[in-house]
Design a binder for this molecule. Sequence first.
Ligand code: 3PG
Ligand code: MG
Length: 404
Amino acid sequence: MAKKTVDDLQVKGRRVLLRCDFNVPLKAGEITDETRIVAALPTIEKLRGDGAKVILCSHLGKVKNGPNEGESLAPVAKRLSEKLGTEVKFVNIDTVTGPEATAAVEAMADGDVILLQNTRFRKEETKNGEAFSQELADLADDYVCDAFGSSHRAHCSVAGVTDAIRAKGGQCAVGYLMEQEIAFLGNAVENPVRPFVAILGGAKVADKLSVIDNLLEKCDTLLIGGGMAFTFLKAQGYEIGASLLDESKVDYCKEMLAKADKLGKQLLLPVDAVATASFPDPIDAPIDTVVVDVDKMPADKMGMDIGPKTAALYAEAVKSAKTVLWNGPMGVFENPTLAAGTLAVAQALAESDATTIIGGGDSAAAVNQMGLADKMSHISTGGGASLEYLEGKALPGVVSADDK
Ligand code: 3PG
Ligand code: MG
């Protein structure tokens, strides 16, 4: 990549601020998915091995009401210590930076690792405020961003800090996770081995507007599932009953269907659906379903998953692909009765010899839940970040690193 990476740095004896995405799910203080912690280890190990003093930082959660124990990074420090086999000292101060953090850094030996408190405990973090960026930079000599999942955020610890580091002669690079994510997502979009099949799902068309538009230009076949398929079906003139409809996006869907036609791309929509009388509540509650062709959707039913004919059709499309990119579930996969479509697509990817890339968020969760994670070429650690990347947007976390 055209950006400096950790391999370009000489860090022996230097203080390196390493931004990771440790925004992991927690339940009663316990980490329920350590994927993002494991994904951060190679860069941490590399910097330690090279004799850097590694100062880790990350956000956790949205932090709506200021510092609080439930969004403390303490559980991450503990898990990291176990994973690295060395103590990761946790600098547990709500101001993140300040005298205690400075003292903790001063006490470090080469190869030591410490973790700062949740960067969003400082409300300036999300505003990319200069003062907090400067305070973070003051703790370190160089900076590495390996927080792919946060790289779409122009925040102090992702972007602002780089100016302050450079201003004092330090270097700013990206880590191995960033490199890997960009290599897989970037290659899929810019340089795919064809045929390239993209699969998009999820509830709302509105969330995927630019992704659909951008991917249509890059892929050979686009498969659409999930709640958003019904707005497309409506655009084709189908009655969709009580299914999710984004009225204001019907014209957009018509445009995309026309664009696919014009570009000679295949855009496939569901031919059948699993329908219910209501949304399951709770989401995993037992529920009665009917399978209907999309031209026979009853007025009082809502489509909740792609049907078996669609699943077979999509699996067939995946079979002939050399590159597959998947973002967004095909149905309400959190409910076992409504997970068959998502499972069928996941299985088709698992059985394929193609390069298979899973966008983060729900599709990653689905693949994990189904135990198929190790069958995929790459699962992104970024939800919003991978979507923005697929939209063709520049990511602040990448842009702000030094050019090679
Ligand atoms: C995520 O989980 O999507 C990333 O960690 C970014 O978090 P955010 O959406 O709160 O910025
Ligand atoms: Mg997010």
